[in-house]
Write a protein that binds this ligand. Structure first.
Ligand code: UTP
Length: 271
């Protein structure tokens, strides 16, 4: 069973500057609710019991969002506003599930994942990238079902336009397992159009084996000088770890760019 999820939140968010010069992008409201809460709700609904946030000193605002008890208690005592009481109860529910670990230098997603090594208990865990919202269908829940069936690693996948392949991890398909699920032959981080083995991208949901930590410990920096989770995944594939690409059914919203972020609010408002 997949009971733990990790969420890397220690990146700089340069594509959302100037907002991110003072604000954690994951707290920016999307249709009135912080982006990170959609991710937390997806985890809870898919049966996750513990969530590890990887933050940095610069992003302690995220921790404060969940640890503002004195403030809430004072306001509730004074105003007894049922809306605030409900919001505080929700925050408390989230808080109970969240652990914080630190990555103070943004050396890459792979390095961020490595920071959670000593907290992961089971053979497999879920990772969600908070910029990637998937609405209308719980992607993590579907992936956990696939994991339970095949007992293997799983990644969310989507076709992207050829000219944009260099924004993603792109994979080469090995074999069709069933509708929407395929085994992966290889994966490459942010390839050029020429290097890209396909236009099938890995989107920010992963079920990863604990053995990935052994790879990450030895991992050298890759594209752009960062330690990428994709490179560690490729090392595992080289050793015959089975990775399944799952073409998810929901709608993908990229909240990591200004254009995508603005669009995500109007898409969610339509639901
Ligand atoms: P990205 O590279 O897509 O986002 O990382 P970023 O670094 O936050 O933003 P840009 O590219 O500068 O605009 C994907 C996810 O991994 C986290 C980020 O917080 C984001 O959620 N991350 C990235 C880390 O936690 N640590 C890192 O060293 C790098």
């Amino acid at each position: 069973m997949i009971k733990q999820a990790i969420i890397p939140l220690a990146g700089l968010g340069t594509r959302l500057l100037p907002l991110t010069s003072v604000f954690a992008k994951e707290l920016l409201p999307i249709n009135g609710k912080p982006g990170i809460e959609y991710i937390l709700d997806e985890c809870i609904e898919s049966g996750i019991k513990e969530i590890i946030f990887i933050i940095s000193k610069k992003k302690e605002m995220i921790k404060r969002y969940f640890y503002n008890d004195q403030f809430y208690k004072k306001i509730i005592k004074r105003k007894k506003d049922p809306r605030v009481i409900k919001e505080y109860q929700k925050i408390l529910r989230y808080k109970k599930m969240i652990k914080f670990v630190y990555q103070n230098k943004p050396l890459g997603t792979g390095d961020a994942v490595l920071k959670t090594k000593r907290y992961i208990k089971d053979k497999y865990f879920l990772m969600l990238l908070p910029d990637d919202l998937i609405i209308k269908n719980n992607c993590s829940k579907s992936m956990i079902k696939i994991h339970n069936k095949y007992r293997s690693s799983v990644m969310a996948s989507m076709k992207v336009s050829k000219k944009n392949v260099s924004r993603w991890g792109i994979y080469k398909l090995k074999k069709k397992l069933e509708k929407n699920n395929f085994t992966i032959d290889s994966v490459i981080e942010k390839p050029s159009i020429r290097e890209a083995p396909s236009n099938k991208a890995v989107i920010g949901r992963y079920i990863l084996p604990k053995t990935i930590f052994n790879k990450l410990q030895k991992q050298r920096p890759g594209k752009g000088g960062e330690i990428h989770i994709t490179d560690a995944i490729q090392s595992l594939i080289n050793e015959n770890e089975k990775f399944i690409a799952h073409n998810f059914l929901g709608k993908y919203l990229d909240c990591g760019t200004i254009k995508g972020y603005i669009n995500s609010s109007s898409e969610i408002a339509k639901l």
